[in-house]
Design a protein around this ligand. Structure first.
Ligand code: NAD
Ligand code: MG
Length: 492
């Protein structure tokens, strides 16, 4: 059976891809297949192999063998060389990787080229630089000398979502490899393609077989098998809070593997009336909610505007939101593509209906765009109250709720009225206010006078039910190492 498929993107780019499961540096057949859809058209692109119990076992065994067969004790310089080589290959094939990402996910090609694919290369290079910078401590105790070693964990599973397929892959792979772990990644069944192209680069870079394995399949089958596998020592998950709970449960019911979770959010974006440049605040706020069609875990989906500038903000924000081109993601003018699937489209439209029936005002949008694909107009709700569903639940679409506030205490109380705590933003020209409000906010990231600024050298993760553990930066290394204490009797 041929596992190679060819297709052409809507802008005429011809692609050839291996659609097998990537295990032991080979593409193999799965136990079933899954069709992946182009969300811009609703048409099937191709079918990929999906992993059942047998293939999940094969992938984990391959990673286990590679770990004990040399990767665990590999030279940091060699790991760094391979990771840097892989990053160079990603740069070389940037165009093709970006086209695949846009085809399978629907995100604007300009975003795939400026954020997703460069982000993948940057993660690999940043963590390549960490391979030789892991240091323990020396602790003097009475009559004994103690020192600590940061050791790898073993086989690390990564379960990733569909909103940033390559970026999420890199957030899981790069720190794990740098710390001498081997990996089995389960990609989202909605966006398996770009990771398969990446897999071919893993072979070309020269990674030993089994160090990086990439499989796909449905979450409740393949994801669950990986989360329950007794030879997987750690799972890193990004996705919904509901599935995050299931991952913890799976770990609890099996080998108590270590779990890190990067979950949803309902992030507050706070605009004070002393903001230096209202147009800039409007620009960032628009990016904060409509980037990636609102399918961003840290999206600024609740905007709070201080009374004095509320009307002005609304007028400018509405005008800017209405001006963005929604449609063909290969078109350079496009700033918003489709939702990922019909299911997500229906879910977001359902929230829009709920907002209306709960009595909020739909100031802009609320409708489908075009008659093919899953496009939704940039949507704004005003006259919202704190307990409305659209103020409490993660919509994961181009829908924002805007409300007014009086003072700092008032807005902090509203900002905290959620189970989430992933991110927040503050717009103000007062340094004192920026710092005091940032310090008070219960969120893993606070942006001041900007939004959605994420980089490989800065930690990212959630407070409250937005998750645990941090990704990106040296903080991420803690999740991929375990500490051993050695105590030596020096006879004093
Ligand atoms: P999801 O959480 O179901 O999927 C994320 C990943 O988890 C996918 O790879 C999926 O196959 C896997 N998965 C699903 N069920 C699993 C299980 N029982 N065991 C192991 N793995 C499993 O997300 P979704 O259903 O695609 O989207 C639903 C909502 O999740 C969205 O509307 C949004 O609110 C949220 N979401 C958040 C993020 C984020 O970045 N935080 C990303 C995607 C989705
Ligand atoms: Mg798809």
């Amino acid at each position: 059976m041929s596992l190679t498929t060819e297709f052409t993107t809507t802008d005429g780019y011809k692609l050839t891809l291996n659609t097998g499961l990537f295990i032991n540096n080979e593409f193999i057949e799965g136990s079933s297949t899954i069709e992946t859809v182009n969300p811009s058209t609703g048409q099937v692109i191709t079918a990929v192999q999906a992993a059942g119990e047998k293939e999940v076992d094969l992938a984990v065994e391959a990673a286990h063998k590679a770990y004990y067969g040399g990767w665990k004790t590999s030279n940091p310089r060699e790991r760094a060389r391979l990771m840097n080589k892989l990053a160079d290959l990603v740069d070389r094939d940037m165009d093709e990787l970006a086209h695949i990402e846009t085809l399978d996910n629907g995100k604007p090609l300009t975003d795939a080229k400026s954020f997703d694919v460069p982000g993948l290369a940057a993660q690999l290079r940043y963590f390549a630089g960490c391979t030789d910078k892991v240091h323990g401590k020396v602790i003097e105790t009475q009559g004994k000398l103690s020192y600590t070693i940061h050791e790898p964990i073993g086989v690390c599973g990564g379960i990733i979502p569909w909103n940033f397929p390559l970026a999420m892959l890199s957030w899981k792979i790069a720190p794990a490899l740098a710390m001498s772990n081997t990996v089995v990644i389960k990609t989202s069944e909605l966006t398996p393609l770009s990771a398969l192209r990446f897999a071919s680069l893993v072979v070309e870079a020269g990674f030993p077989p089994g160090v990086i394995n990439i499989i796909t399949g449905y979450g409740h089958i393949t994801g669950d098998l990986l989360a329950r596998h007794n030879r997987v020592s750690k799972i890193a998950f990004t996705g919904s809070t509901a599935v995050g709970r299931l991952i913890m449960k799976a770990a609890a019911e099996t080998n108590l593997k270590k779990v890190t979770l990067e979950l949803g959010g309902k992030s507050p974006n706070i605009i004070f009336d002393d903001v230096e440049n209202l147009d800039e605040a409007v620009f960032w706020s628009r990016l904060g909610i409509y980037m990636n069609a609102g399918q961003v875990c840290c999206a600024g989906s609740r905007i709070y505007v201080q009374e004095g500038i509320y009307d002005q903000f609304i007028e400018k924000f509405k005008a800017l939101a209405a001006s963005g081109t929604v449609g063909n993601p290969y078109d350079e003018k496009t700033i918003q593509g489709p939702q990922i699937s019909e299911r997500q489209f229906d879910r977001v439209m359902g929230y829009i209906e709920t907002g209306k029936s709960e009595g909020a005002t739909c100031l802009l949008g609320g409708n489908r765009v075009g008659d093919a694909g899953y496009f939704i107009e940039p949507t704004i709700f005003t006259d919202v109250t704190p307990k409305m569903k659209i103020m409490q639940e993660e919509i994961f679409g181009p829908v924002v709720a805007i409300s007014k506030f009086k003072d700092v205490d008032d807005v902090i109380e509203m900002a905290h009225d959620t189970d989430y705590g992933l991110a927040a933003a503050v717009f103000t020209s007062s340094l004192k206010r920026a710092i005091t409000v940032s310090n008070r906010l219960e969120a893993g990231t606070v942006w001041v006078n900007c939004y959605n600024q994420i980089s490989e050298n800065t930690p990212f993760g959630g407070y409250k039910q937005s998750g645990n553990g941090r990704e990106n930066s040296v903080y991420a290394l803690d999740n991929y190492t375990q500490i051993k204490a050695v105590k030596i009797n020096i006879g004093l």
